[in-house]
Each structure stands twice: as structure tokens, then as C-alpha cells.
Write a protein that binds this ligand. Structure first.
Ligand code: G1P
Length: 275
């Protein structure tokens, strides 16, 4: 049973400047809840209770968010406002939170390798909070855990994207294995549309087996001079097996203003009577 989930959260969030000048992008709210909390709730829904964050300079608000604010609790104690803290209180009660800092920004693969100290030699989930996922019947990470439990290997979530958008993603070459499940033979990070092997894009959900750390250590810088998780997964696929799972649900690219607004609208329509 996988208990740990890694949240790479060291990025600068430049697309949201100036909002992210003094505030981590992961704290930007969709309605009244920070992006990162949606990710942590998804991990918890998948049975994970040990949340591990790779942060960077200027990210202290993340630690404060997953902690008690005594002054605030005292202020609203006994009032109807306490209800607004119910979800986050449950997370704090039922999960542990650990943090390490990525000192140099050397890519997602490097961020995941930085998290090794929090994860150790066991399989783990990775959630990129920018990709806000809403599962159809259960959360996307819970769906991926079902796949991992059955096959025991690394699993990446994929989505078919318009061909002109493949340059934003890791893109796979794969053959069908079962319903919504594909065996990966190759993958490439952010290809030009004319070079892309398919339109099956990796989105920000991974279940990784711990051999990925040794592979990452040996992975040379790739696109943009950064250590790419896509390159490491390609090696892992060549050594053994990596699966791509077409998740059931919806994803909002909250790393872009457009996706952020779409997510906001989606959740507002769902919750307008409650907020
Ligand atoms: C990262 C990965 C990419 C993946 C994407 C999903 O890119 O490098 O392979 O498709 O996340 O969101 P980023 O969006 O951090 O540039």
C-alpha cells in the first residue's frame, strides 16, 4: 500500500506574476481553497497519508497552511466560521507533512530526486498541483493506485490533447494493453507538433517505483538543460515496464490563466449554493 505522495512545489509561477511575487503559486485559490490542498485531498482519497513537499525559497506559506493557526482558531472558536476550517483540520489530523528544499531549479526530474530524502526506498505518488484533476467516480490518484496494485510498475496519467498543444507536455509512444491502459515504448519531452509521436500527453500524476531515483541520478540534463522525469521514465520503460493510464475525469491546467479560470468556473457551478 503506497502511503507517500510527493508534491514538487519549487517553481516560481512566473505566469501568475505579480500575484506570485510574494506568494507561492500553490497557494492561489480556486474559490476558497488553495490549489495545493486539492492535490493533498486527492492523495488522501487514494489512501496516502504521508505528504512530502519539495519546496524552494519563498514557499513558507505552504508549511503554514498545513499547520494550526492558534490565533485564528481562537478568534473563530464557537462561531459558524469554524466550519470553513473543517476540511483542512481533517487533513492536518490524519496526515503527516514533511518538507525539503530544492536549492537549484534543475527541472522536474531533479525536484523528484531531491524528494528522495523524504520518500526512501518505496513506491510513491507524485502530484503536480498545477494540474487540478477531478475524477469521475474516484480521484485520479486513486485510479492510478488501482493500476499500480495490479501491475506493480510505474504508471503515468495521460490525456489526449489537441495536436497543436503537444509541445507543452511529455508525449508517449505506446501500445494498448487493456481498457484505458497502454504499454509505453518511448516518450519525449515537449516535442514540436511535427515531431510528436502521438497526442497522448503525460499530465501531472505519476506513481513511481523507487528505482527511479537511481535512474534520475544517471539521467543527463535534457530539454532546456533540465533533468527531465520523462527521460528517466523512458529509461525505466526500456529496463522493464512503464504504463500509461488514460484517467477517467477532467483536468484543468491551472498553470495557465485560462485553465485556472475554467477550474474556478467549474467549482463555482458545483458549489455556488454552499459558499
Ligand atoms: C511537466 C513534465 C511534462 C508533463 C507536465 C504535466 O512539465 O515535464 O512531461 O507533461 O509536467 O503537467 P511542466 O508543466 O512542469 O513544464
Amino acid at each position: 500500500m503506497i502511503k507517500k505522495c510527493l508534491f514538487p512545489a519549487a517553481g516560481y509561477g512566473t505566469r501568475f506574476l505579480p500575484a506570485t511575487k510574494a506568494m507561492p503559486k500553490e497557494i492561489l485559490p480556486i474559490l476558497n481553497k488553495p490549489l495545493i490542498q486539492y492535490g493533498v485531498e486527492e492523495a488522501m482519497d487514494a489512501g496516502m497519508t504521508e505528504m512530502a513537499f519539495v519546496t524552494g525559497r519563498g514557499k513558507r506559506a505552504l508549511e503554514d497552511h498545513f499547520d494550526i493557526s492558534y490565533e485564528l482558531e481562537h478568534q473563530i472558536s464557537g462561531s459558524s466560521k469554524e466550519e470553513a476550517l473543517a476540511d483542512i483540520r481533517r487533513l492536518i489530523d490524519e496526515c503527516t507533512f514533511s518538507y525539503t528544499r530544492q536549492i537549484h531549479m534543475k527541472g522536474l526530474g531533479h525536484a523528484i530526486l531531491t524528494g528522495e530524502t523524504l520518500i526512501g526506498p518505496e513506491a510513491f505518488g507524485v502530484i503536480l498541483a498545477d494540474d487540478l484533476c477531478v475524477g469521475d467516480t474516484k480521484g485520479v490518484m486513486a485510479q492510478m493506485m488501482d493500476v499500480h496494485r495490479k501491475y506493480g510498475c510505474s504508471v503515468v496519467a495521460i490525456e489526449e490533447v489537441p495536436h497543436e498543444e503537444v509541445h507543452k507536455y511529455g508525449v508517449i509512444t505506446a501500445s494498448p494493453l487493456a481498457e484505458d491502459l497502454f504499454l509505453i515504448s518511448d516518450m519525449v519531452e515537449k516535442p514540436k507538433p511535427e515531431d510528436a509521436p502521438s497526442n497522448m500527453a503525460i499530465i501531472g500524476r505519476y506513481v513511481l517505483t523507487p528505482d527511479i531515483f537511481d535512474i534520475l541520478r544517471e539521467t543527463p540534463p535534457g530539454l532546456g538543460g533540465e533533468i527531465q522525469i520523462t527521460d528517466a521514465l523512458k529509461t525505466q520503460a526500456a529496463n522493464g515496464m512503464v504504463l500509461a493510464y488514460r484517467f477517467k475525469g477532467q483536468r484543468f491546467d491551472c498553470g495557465s490563466v485560462k485553465g485556472f479560470v475554467e477550474a474556478t468556473t467549474h467549482f463555482y457551478d458545483l458549489m455556488k449554493d454552499q459558499i
